[in-house]
Each structure stands twice: as structure tokens, then as C-alpha cells.
Design a protein around this ligand. Structure first.
Ligand SMILES: [Zn+2]
Length: 222
């Protein structure tokens, strides 16, 4: 007895059409991935314009405080305190410049110095390294912070400015404040910045304030 096999009817789709649809889907996906990657990629430090509150007063290129070595990629921000109570941002900038004579035999500098009134001086362009953070000089931006007394606690106006500047750097260079913003202490164990080492909770608060500032800035931009 012959068995009648019923064949299910299937929609016939031209294989070429299937291949074309698959190709188109892959192309759309690839474009989306490339778009996301491009949006996430940090800009070249040489192309970045600093905020209005930053005054640029670059050091002379010299072997002791501004070697002119290229900083290719910024992977973090290192916070310092000047350790010299009551000194201004300008005084600290002039100190770095004075090192260029070589008489002191000291290598030191910083990209930014935030002063007692919240003023900011930039000593070194963002595409050059500073001599501030030892083994992390090659991939970080340094911020030196002025303070009124030996405790190393920043005045409120100074603190707010450091938060603002750090948040801007994180935003600009796609950094995570919880992971990429560090203390000099985290690099070498040096007690710097003093208050953020003496009181670790204040350090956690600082990072949280930077994250909050980034969110606030992003909302304003929307
Ligand atoms: Zn330091």
C-alpha cells in the first residue's frame, strides 16, 4: 500500500534574498557598534579646550618641571595637595617655574593648580606630561590643590572647583570617577593629599561629588 506522504507547505524565499537581508542586518549592527565606539573614544588631549575658569600660564619647557614629553592618552586624574599652607596658585606655579634653573635639583610640576579662592592655573598643556605622580606621570593629569593650613582641608570654594575641574576632565576623557580618579597616595603611599588620606571617608565623598557633578553637567547639556 502506497503511503501518501504529506509535505508541509513552506513559504519559498529566494536564498539570495535571505543572504541580502542578513547582510543588511549585519551592516546596520556594525554601524551601530562603530558609532558607539567612536562616541566613547576619548579625544586627543591636544584637541581639547579647557573651561573658561582655567587661566593658562604655561611653564617654560625645561628638564626639571616641563620636559615637553608627549602625553598620548589620559587614563586618570591624580589629586595632590601643595603641602605648603596658605600659598597661592600663582606662588606654586612660580615655584615650578623656578625649578627650571636646576639649582634645586628637584623635578616637580602639575598640569593644574587650584588656588585658595578657587582660581585655576594651568601650567602644562594636556598633551604633555607633568612631574607629579611618579609611575603614573605617563598616563594621568595632575591637579595640585592649595589649602589654608596644615590639616590640608580644602576651603569650600577650592573644594567645589576641584570637583568641577575633575568632573570636566572625567567627562572629556571618558573616565570613571570611582576608578580613574586617584590620590597621589594611591600611586606611591605618600601622604598626599593629606586630608583625603587622613580621612578616607572624605575621599569617598569627593569621588561621589565628582560623579554627581558629572550627572548635573550632563543634565544641563540636555
Ligand atoms: Zn602629591
Amino acid at each position: 500500500m502506497a503511503v501518501h506522504r504529506r509535505r508541509r507547505r513552506r513559504w519559498y524565499i529566494d536564498p539570495r534574498l535571505k543572504l541580502g537581508a542578513l547582510g543588511a542586518a549585519l551592516l546596520v549592527l556594525a554601524c551601530a557598534v562603530i558609532g558607539v565606539l567612536l562616541a566613547r573614544r576619548a579625544p586627543d588631549p591636544a584637541d581639547v579646550a579647557v573651561p573658561d575658569y582655567v587661566r593658562q600660564d604655561y611653564l617654560t619647557v625645561n628638564e626639571w618641571s616641563r620636559p615637553g614629553t608627549e602625553l598620548k592618552e589620559i587614563r586618570g586624574v591624580v589629586i595632590h595637595y601643595v603641602g605648603n599652607p596658605g600659598t597661592t596658585a600663582q606662588a606654586n606655579r612660580n615655584y615650578f617655574e623656578s625649578l627650571s634653573s636646576g639649582k634645586e635639583g628637584t623635578y616637580a610640576s602639575s598640569h593644574f593648580i587650584v588656588g585658595l579662592e578657587g582660581e585655576v592655573i594651568q601650567c602644562i598643556p594636556l598633551d604633555e606630561i607633568a612631574y607629579a605622580s611618579n609611575t603614573r606621570n605617563g598616563d594621568t593629569v595632575a591637579i595640585e590643590v592649595c589649602h589654608p593650613d596644615e590639616t590640608g582641608v580644602f576651603s569650600p570654594v577650592t573644594y567645589d572647583r576641584v570637583v568641577e575641574l575633575t568632573a570636566w576632565l572625567c567627562q572629556e576623557f571618558r573616565l570613571d570617577p570611582e576608578a580613574d580618579v586617584i590620590r597621589h597616595y594611591d600611586v606611591t603611599g605618600k601622604v598626599c593629599p593629606r586630608h583625603f588620606v587622613d580621612d578616607p571617608e572624605s575621599w569617598e565623598q569627593f569621588r561621589a561629588d565628582v560623579a554627581a557633578e558629572m550627572e548635573a553637567a550632563a543634565e544641563q547639556a540636555d
